[in-house]
Design a protein around this ligand. Structure first.
Ligand code: EPS
Length: 372
């Protein structure tokens, strides 16, 4: 299976299956000298993990990272960083009944058509378990970006089914299992999810992710546009069916006078563009939004066929997320951080010598490749 690597100068290759002995990644191109300790992976891995609330899959993985290479005496050496996480709580018998059936809405069918073979246990390689390694790799990217540019990437759940936030407070986001920005609504989400879980059905969700502190200049036209690479990276997350940058599809009803972000000596007057023009960062907040489809592993019977093409009914048992979007916030952050890290290094490689080009709009950090 190819296409398991991502990025040009900061490359991440992930490997492993949901019910195999381990999952892992190799990160190549990380600048040397970055301090990194095993304990630093904990917070983001816990934010993404299953089993942290009754609203996600009940699988309890330890998610203990082992650093196999690329770090010596607590610092990156510039050589490939290999990270490994052993799977400790796979329950493969849940999958024995569906190993010869295709779940409607699942990658079961397309993997079978493409490869002629599949590992049905826990979804194998198509499982959201794979996203663990993206989050682990992004811990390194987030740290480097923060240290060198003051970049901060964060996200929140911006829609659960039909429910949207009635207020917005970043401080609320990390205080509830949904990454929801309005504390008062958390009980509403709790009862919505409890009813959904009892019904056996699943629901979609929307996650917004933003990066503050990105200097102007990151992104490579024409085929390596920052928004193009962000869209591809975010779309590569399991279950993602839609990606928007800035106002996204909202732009269809806007007039040019409304959409353009006017500029004053004090800075931009709005940010409909999502901090990206011509595929290059403007120095404003970079904003993106993704929609995740409802999970396809359901205990409610659905019509399908088996691998012989016979009509049958499929029922999925096991420990599935009724809304996979609930755990997607750290994953979306991870993909944005990985794209930004790669683009930062690419910008430094090609344009590190480009001097200041006045005027620099206030609020924009200087794009000097981190050297001055
Ligand atoms: C997943 C199905 C479930 C989830 C898994 C993602 O696997 P299992 O049936 O083995 O419990 O628990 O999520 C994780 C293990 C994880 O770490 O994200 C799927 O089909 O995507």
């Amino acid at each position: 299976m190819s296409s398991n690597s991502f990025g040009k100068l900061f490359t991440v290759t992930t490997f492993g299956e949901s019910h195999g002995p381990a999952i892992g990644c190799v990160i190549d191109g990380c600048p040397p000298g970055l301090e990194i300790a095993v304990g630093e992976f904990r917070a983001d891995l816990d934010r993404r993990a299953t089993g942290k609330s009754r609203h996600t899959s009940a699988r309890h993985e330890a998610d203990e990272v082992e650093i196999l290479s690329g770090v010596y005496e607590g610092k990156t050496t510039g050589t490939p960083i290999a990270l490994l996480i052993r799977n400790t709580d796979a329950r493969s018998k849940d999958y024995s009944k569906i190993s010869e059936q295709f779940r409607p809405g699942h990658a079961d069918y397309t993997y079978w058509q493409k490869y002629g073979i599949r590992d049905p246990r826990g979804g194998g390689r198509s499982s959201a378990r794979e996203t663990t390694m993206r989050v682990a790799a992004a811990v390194i990217a987030k740290k480097w970006l923060a240290l060198h540019f003051g970049v901060r990437v964060r996200g929140y759940l911006s829609q659960l089914g039909e429910i949207t936030p009635q207020a917005f407070d970043w401080n609320a986001v990390e205080d509830n299992p949904f990454f929801w920005p309005s504390a008062e609504q958390v009980p509403v989400l709790e009862s919505y999810m409890d009813a959904l879980r009892k019904s056996g059905d699943s629901v979609g969700a929307r996650v917004n992710v933003v990066a503050d502190g990105v200097p102007p200049g990151w992104g490579e036209p024409i085929y390596g546009k920052l928004d193009g690479e962000l869209a591809a990276a975010l779309m590569s997350i399991n279950a993602v069916k839609g990606v928007e940058i800035g106002d996204g599809f909202g732009a269809v009803v806007q007039k040019g006078t409304e959409h353009r972000d006017e500029i004053s000596p004090e800075g931009f007057l709005s940010n409909h563009a999502g901090g990206i023009l011509g595929g290059i960062s403007t120095g404003q907040q970079v904003t993106a939004s993704i929609v995740l489809k409802p999970t396809s592993s359901l205990r409610l019977p659905g019509n399908t066929v088996d691998i012989e093409g016979n009509a049958t009914e499929v029922v999925t048992t096991g420990r599935h997320d009724p809304c996979v979007g609930i755990r997607a916030t750290p994953i979306a952050e991870a993909m944005m951080a990985l794209v930004l890290m790669d683009q930062a290094l690419r910008h430094r490689a090609q344009c590190g010598d480009v001097g200041p080009v006045a005027p620099l709009i206030p609020g924009s950090a200087r794009s000097d490749g981190g050297h001055g």
